[in-house]
Design a protein around this ligand. Structure first.
Ligand SMILES: Nc1ncnc2c1ncn2[C@@H]1O[C@H](COP(=O)(O)OP(=O)(O)OP(=O)(O)O)[C@@H](O)[C@H]1O
Length: 479
């Protein structure tokens, strides 16, 4: 296939240049129903020297008119004519183009999770994609930035008179290869994943390090990556064949809450045909990885559906179909059980014995990493297809006769009317703040982006923008 692509680069380029995307697809289901607890994004990494040297052209094109649609162009060998272009498009909540830095992604997707985690929530960031697509590049920088921000706020809080450090940060980094688990902070020592009679999962044998300073945390992160790299050299690209999970536990002694931030660098999935040349062991590994990613998808979707159902008013006739959260089916989802615990609630979710499940509030971010090269186009399509499958269309409050309750159920028209009504003496332009977004989507806009959009209306100050955002969130919380 590679030879076929390389032989037809000029033709491919002409066909891509002549391609006109169909009008932007913003079906009602796509634009309105994604819950704000979940953001699925795609990051396109830049072309590297080695990509340029290999001669493959670019196959991944984010839509200029929409920041959420990516076109992928593949070339097919027509049996009775010249090769033809086949184009596919994928929709996610956000697309990060090659020039976007990890710092910007952090500000957009992760910075917002920290106050949530500090107040007892569970925030999770997953990076997913094929080998060499930038998962480790992305997650390792996000780990550093999150730790930096947490240690900053911890040391500023410790200036208070309390002798007890108000914010305690503990770090664990483990690796999962199939059903085996290893502690990356203790010489890659094997550990066990155990569940006690109350349903709590324990990483038995894994060290949990209390983080006193930023530099100690950064050394631990470096240590963990060095074990992954060493293993990777010893055992041909092992890092892409295993999942790494960085767990940051934040105990807030002033509020008595305990929250978790998980940063997960997922193993890449491979098509069976790609591994045929690697023998039985590799096939078994691939099967296990694909199985764990498939269970993860079911669990993420189950949790997102739960969050959606919980928003429906209690007491309505006819319970909805319960989502299934099969977290026990893989080591990966067992370790991440916190994310999938939905707690007691109304009992509409079938859980597989979460035992003493506390049903914590969760926010999840997925970053699907892709290599833009045509040589990787098949893997890129798989990655973005998986990302799309993670986006759940939850039941939307406000449809089919439901009374519309709060911004989650608003369409764009209501959002615009609300902005006009609430923005006060110096009007904030609804066309700039929310040109197409539904209420759920406006809630997902980061604070920075929200304030930036507001500041484009003449005379609008930062305080003014902040006050409007606060009003919106209050309304959401009340509803
Ligand atoms: N956004 C980016 N900007 C510049 N270089 C990048 C970017 N993303 C990835 N790279 C580079 O691409 C290469 C592969 O990235 P990385 O190791 O993170 O991929 P990976 O998906 O984790 O691969 P594997 O699954 O094999 O571990 C590295 O050399 C990395 O420095």
């Amino acid at each position: 296939m590679d030879q076929f692509y390389l032989k037809n680069v000029a033709l491919y380029q002409n066909l891509v240049d002549a391609f006109h995307p169909p009008p932007s697809m913003t079906s009602a289901a796509f634009s309105k129903s994604a819950p704000p607890e979940m953001v699925v994004s795609a990051r396109i990494r830049p072309f590297l020297q080695e990509d340029i040297a290999s001669g493959f052209p670019c196959a991944v094109y984010p839509r200029a008119v929409s920041s959420r649609v990516v076109d992928i162009h593949d070339l097919y060998n027509h049996p009775r004519g010249r090769p033809i272009l086949k184009s596919f498009n994928y929709k996610v909540d956000k697309v990060f183009t090659p020039e976007v830095t990890t710092e910007q992604i952090y500000q957009d997707l992760v910075a917002n999770l920290l106050p949530f985690v500090r107040s007892g929530g569970v925030g999770t960031v997953f990076a997913y994609g094929q080998t060499g697509s930038g998962k480790t590049f992305t997650i390792s920088k996000l780990e550093q930035l999150a730790i930096q921000s947490l240690t900053n706020s911890s040391s500023s809080n410790s200036n208070t008179s309390s002798s007890l450090r108000p914010l305690e940060i503990q770090l664990t980094i483990i690796e999962l290869a199939g059903n085996s688990a290893f502690d990356l902070l203790t010489s890659r020592k094997p550990i066990s994943i155990l569940e006690d009679s109350s349903g709590t999962i324990h990483l038995s044998g894994a060290a949990e390090h209390t983080i006193p300073t930023l530099s100690s945390a950064l050394s631990l992160i470096d240590l963990a990556s060095s074990f992954r790299r060493t293993e990777s050299t010893l055992k041909n690209d092992a890092s892409s064949r295993s999942h790494s999970i960085c767990r940051i536990r934040i105990s807030n002694h002033s509020t008595g809450t305990e929250g978790f931030l998980y940063l997960v660098d997922l193993a890449g999935s491979e098509a069976a045909r790609d591994v045929a040349s690697h023998g039985a062991e590799r096939m078994r590994e691939t099967k296990e990885i694909n199985m764990s990613l498939s269970v993860l998808k079911d669990c993420i979707r189950g949790r997102a559906e739960w969050d959606g159902y919980s928003r429906l008013r209690e007491g309505k006739k006819g319970r909805k179909v319960a989502p299934r959260i099969p977290f026990r089916q893989s080591a990966l989802t067992k370790v991440l059980k916190h994310i999938f615990e939905t707690g007691g609630g109304s009992g509409t979710v079938k859980e597989e014995g979460t035992g003493g499940g506390t049903g914590r509030a969760c926010k999840t971010v997925v970053i699907a990493c892709v290599n833009p090269s045509l040589g990787d186009v098949a893997a890129t399509k798989n990655t973005l297809r998986y990302a799309e499958m993670l986006r759940v269309n939850v039941p939307v409050v406000g449809t089919a006769g439901d009374k519309v309750e709060g911004p989650m159920g608003w369409g764009n028209k209501q959002v615009r009317e609300w902005i006009l009504k609430e923005s006060g003496d110096v009007p904030i332009s609804p066309e700039i703040l929310a040109p197409t977004e539904s209420g759920a989507e406006v809630l997902r806009i980061s604070a920075l982006e929200f304030e930036y959009r507001c500041s484009k209306s003449p005379g609008v100050t930062l305080e003014h923008a902040k006050a409007l955002r606060l009003k919106l969130w209050k309304l959401h919380a009340e509803s």
